[in-house]
Ligand binder design. Structure first.
Ligand SMILES: NC(=O)c1ccc[n+]([C@@H]2O[C@H](COP(=O)([O-])OP(=O)(O)OC[C@H]3O[C@@H](n4cnc5c(N)ncnc54)[C@H](OP(=O)(O)O)[C@@H]3O)[C@@H](O)[C@H]2O)c1
Length: 259
């Protein structure tokens, strides 16, 4: 990749933080987006000091209506052209649907689906005009099947996968690459944010954030539309489609249940 400007949502921790280091290390300017302004400011200082790149900070809550538009306007006002968009911000919620808080689920749909779609539209349209650009949408292996006890989260990620594959097809002829990154369980702040501490899902086979981002970063140059880091995750995602969906759903519930 030549020197580019990369906008990363959810840059304050986990996968987004690791992507921010990776791109900056390779000499790319970054636009860091999340709610935690202090974390972003110290990250920007670290990246600029270590890698001699420009790191811009935009704090915003993507659960709020209009946040994506405000981010787009701030980027435009600074005269920044975004070459690569990493739609990474997102979160999950564990629990039986009648017991979880609907306000959290509505916020999740807003962050995982609505903001991702809006940012793809605003920045993607400009990429189409310029006939070049890359969008990486962070989905999950959750995208490949329903997820009892995290029903809304799995459904949001199914949207991200479907949306990204369709957009990849539409924009291929316009020179814009769209990809869906589908990590399996990864050791980040996600588990605590989703209240998953007791779930079996995170008890074994968890990948490190560096493993996930290293593999994703490499595959971004290989014109892959769906990127699934880890051989085990690829095998699971690939084999699930040959099994009866009801059986797979029961299996996912077992894996997700509290120990
Ligand atoms: N970890 C896993 O096992 C796993 C597996 C598959 C997919 N994923 C996906 O990977 C992505 C990154 O998650 P992670 O694992 O890196 O978790 P994480 O460490 O909790 O990071 C989540 C990031 O999203 C940001 N974010 C959350 N809500 C936001 C909001 N309302 N507005 C703006 N930014 C917001 C957070 O920043 P602030 O709190 O500062 O706003 C943070 O930077 C998510 O889309 C997640 O669904 C994770």
């Amino acid at each position: 990749m030549n020197n580019k400007t990369v906008l990363i949502t959810g840059a304050s921790s986990g996968i987004g933080l690791s992507f921010s280091h990776k791109f900056a290390q390779d000499g790319h300017d970054v636009v860091l987006v999340a709610r935690s302004k202090d974390k972003l400011l110290s990250l920007a200082e670290e990246l600029e000091g270590k890698y001699s790149v420009k790191a811009h900070v935009i704090d915003g809550d993507l659960a709020k209506t209009g946040a994506s538009n405000s981010i787009y306007e701030q980027v435009t006002a600074k005269g920044i052209e975004v070459d690569t968009l990493i739609n990474n911000a997102g979160f999950g919620l564990f629990g039986e649907f009648e017991q979880t808080e609907i306000s959290k689920e509505v916020d999740m749909i807003q962050v995982n689906i609505t903001a991702l779609t809006e940012l793809s539209k605003y920045f993607g349209k400009e990429m189409v005009k310029r006939k070049q650009g890359q969008i990486l949408n962070v989905a999950s292996t959750a995208a490949f099947q329903p997820g009892p006890l995290m029903a809304v989260y799995y459904a949001t990620k199914a949207y991200v996968l479907s949306f990204s594959e369709a957009l990849a097809n539409e924009w291929e002829s316009h020179g814009v690459e769209v990809m869906a990154l589908c990590p399996g369980a990864t050791s980040t702040g996600f588990k605590d944010a989703a209240d998953l501490q007791q779930s079996k899902l995170f008890q074994s086979g968890v990948m490190t954030v560096e493993e996930v981002v290293d593999e994703a970063y490499k595959k971004m140059t290989q014109k892959k539309v769906v990127i699934i880091p880890g051989a085990k995750n690829r095998l699971l995602a690939g084999s699930i489609r040959f099994l009866p969906r009801r059986m797979v759903t029961k299996f996912v519930r077992k894996v997700q249940e509290r120990i």
